[in-house]
Ligand binder design. Structure first.
Ligand SMILES: Cc1cc2nc3c(=O)[nH]c(=O)nc-3n(C[C@H](O)[C@H](O)[C@H](O)COP(=O)(O)O)c2cc1C
Length: 627
């Protein structure tokens, strides 16, 4: 690790713990990743670095779409699979072909004699019925086909502390694969040293990352948008998804000005755009789809990190970096910090231990719950990080999913999103803003042409399991809370059009909750739907009403109160849609449904769970729950 480029590849975190191990390089290790939004890919790269730093030579990271399915597995090698779940228990797009092949193709028997272990990425509270099913099924299938499992499938929960889950699994893999390794990398047995503090100064950084000075300052019109040419959409450095476009914001407004700082906002985005050759194209969507937005950090936080790291913001990171450089090459330092790294996210457990120079860090209590960031920890400890330390250990920006709040029949050329800006003070007095919601909140409507302030890098993501029933007569029940109003708005809008174009719609019930009456949105649309018969009943409740006349209760209480009719709805073949936050709202409504199935359906606990499972499996209970 002496050359400039190789030093970049070194993750100090793991280097220190594993560099002096005796190794037994008995064969090649193939790390396979299936990733929708980049986390599994990041983990796969971290695992490769951990294994290489332990001395393994023959480690390869392979995206599950990088080879034909029947060439992905290589008998005799160890395969470490890192795979997330997307959709409703679906594999991520890049894993789809391999997943279908291994699950169904008879030629998939060739995996006999192969060693493997699987780490899954999922979200338990958001997807309780499909939690990590992709990893579980891959693990079971590989075993069934005769491959040798070196350790049980491990499940990472993105609703908890997935970095911790992964660190633990990686440590156990390294201890199995590399003889004489420490048994637990996440609680290192050696005392952390001051390695980071001895790292290079800015001048050396320029040598190490091979940067060149950009003669002029950045052109703001080029710095904040989708730049497919700049963000190298090839190979493992793929940053934006292929069909990401730069889309114009048509309107961005507060829906409920009386609700104060945390009011719900609505943003309208045009689907008309230009392709790379300058030709006009149009994106399309179907009601119920998702919209993926790539946010960037604010200039203020980027400036703070530039100062803390002592780097030249205009230096360009050269194309000649080592392959393990985690971000697109050729960007300036500012662009990399703005677009690639989540500067407001807490560091990973291992990085936090390094910065704090302690091995006994209580990660959840000290770091993740208070949402302390790298800059907070460095200010607290006086730790001086180099740019390379930071860039190789910091958390990358993940794109954010939003439920589209419009019907494609009513709005074929634009989409509507509903969002609530996240902004709060931590107990330590730090102001925190949600990365994507504050990014959206600063997007003005397009004034003249397409400028950065008015554009979003974004794409439509199909959500085929979240659709209104094909038979418009089927009874539907919409249950939503807060921002969960978004997909419900889309469905109501669609039913109004269906109704007005002669498609007679069956009964539709709406149970909707807001914080208080000031927070309530889209009353006009709900009234119109009730008048034209697109909705049959509507109950709106508030978790904290401001006057006695309003319905002060939780949506889950309302659902329980209407238990008899909810049971009848399902017995009549009705469909239901659950839309809101995963942890509290989604879990509470599911619990209410289970109670109803027991009380009104006279089922026992297992029977109620089974009833729910069948509803989910047959697409009659569809969820759109946010983390
Ligand atoms: C649209 C969407 C659908 C998801 N579906 C599931 C699911 O069915 N089951 C699950 O356990 N997790 C699900 N998740 C959670 C992801 O698997 C989890 O956030 C993971 O860390 C993403 O990893 P990736 O960035 O590598 O794709 C879903 C996430 C999104 C955004």
């Amino acid at each position: 690790m002496s050359s400039a480029t190789n030093r970049l590849a070194c993750r100090p975190t793991l280097c220190r713990f594993f560099s002096s191990l005796q190794l037994n390089p008995s064969g090649a290790v193939r790390i396979l990743y299936g990733s929708q939004t980049g986390t599994a890919q990041l983990f796969a790269n971290q695992l490769a670095e951990g294994l290489e730093e332990s001395g393994l030579k023959n480690v390869e990271v392979v995206g599950l779409d990088e080879k034909p399915p029947n060439e992905i597995l290589s008998p005799g090698d160890l395969h470490l699979v890192v795979a997330s779940c997307a959709g409703r228990g679906e594999p991520p797009d890049n894993a789809r072909k391999f997943y279908d092949w291994i699950m169904m193709d008879p030629s998939a028997k060739i995996v006999k004699g192969l060693n493997f272990a699987v780490f899954g990425l999922g979200n338990k509270s958001a997807h309780p019925n499909n939690y990590n099913v992709v990893a579980k099924r891959l693990d079971a299938r590989l075993g069934e086909l005769g491959a040798h499992r070196i350790t049980d499938v491990a499940l990472g929960d993105d609703g908890g502390c997935i970095e911790n889950d992964f660190d633990e699994w990686m440590a156990s893999i390294i201890s199995k694969v590399v003889p004489n390794s420490p048994t637990n990398a996440s609680v290192p047995t050696d005392t952390p040293t001051n390695d980071l503090k001895k790292e290079v100064d800015v001048k050396q950084l320029d040598e190490k990352v091979d940067v060149v000075e950009r003669p002029t300052t950045l052109d703001p019109a080029q710095s904040d948008i989708v730049r497919r040419d700049l963000f190298h959409l090839t190979g493992s450095n793929r940053f934006y998804a292929d069909n990401t476009k730069k889309l114009e914001v048509i309107d961005n407004r507060i829906l409920t000005p009386d609700a104060g700082e945390s009011a719900l906002h609505e943003i309208r985005v045009s689907l008309r755009c230009h392709d790379s050759s300058g030709n006009k194209t149009e994106l399309s969507y179907t009601t119920g789809d998702h919209f993926l937005v790539y946010p960037r950090n604010s200039d203020a936080i980027v400036d703070a990190y530039v100062k803390m790291l002592g780097v030249n913001p205009h230096a360009i990171i050269s194309e000649n970096q080592h392959d393990s450089y985690p971000y697109p090459k050729g960007l300036t330092v500012t662009e990399t910090l703005s677009h690639c790294i989540d500067l407001g996210a807490p560091p990973s457990p291992s990085f936090a231990r390094i910065i704090l120079d302690r091995k006994d860090v209580d990660y959840v209590k000290e770091i993740s719950n208070p949402r302390r960031t790298v800059i907070d920890l460095c200010q607290q400890t006086g730790t001086k990080l180099t740019f390379e330390d930071f860039i190789h250990n910091a958390v990358p920006i993940k794109p954010r999913y939003y439920s589209i709040a419009s019907s494609n029949i009513k709005h074929p050329n634009e989409i509507i999103l509903v969002y609530r800006p996240v902004r709060y003070m931590t107990s330590k007095g730090y102001l925190r803003e949600g990365l994507c919601t504050s990014f959206l909140a600063h997007k003005g409507a397009a004034q003249r042409g397409v400028d950065d302030v008015a554009c979003l890098p974004a794409l439509v993501v199909s959500n085929p399991t979240f659709r209104l029933p094909l038979d418009t007569q089927t009874p539907v029940l919409f249950v939503g809370g807060g921002c969960g109003v978004a997909p419900i708005r889309a469905f109501i809008e669609e039913r109004i059009i269906l109704q007005s174009t002669g498609h007679c719609c069956g009964p539709a019930t709406l149970f909707l909750g807001f914080r208080n009456p000031h927070d309530e949105v889209y009353q006009g649309l709900v009234q119109e739907a009730l008048q034209v018969g697109a909705l049959t009943n509507s109950d709106i409740v508030y978790s904290s009403g401001s006057d006695k006349s309003c319905q002060q209760m939780l949506v889950s209480e309302l659902v329980r109160q209407r238990g008899g009719s909810v049971w009848k709805h399902f017995q009549d073949g009705g469909h239901a849609y659950l839309c809101g936050g995963a942890r509290t709202f989604g879990a509470a409504i599911e619990a209410a449904f289970l109670d109803i199935f027991q009380m009104h359906g006279k089922l026992d606990f297992d029977g109620a769970n089974e009833y729910m499972r069948v509803l989910v499996d047959t697409g009659r209970l569809a969820e759109d729950l946010a983390n």
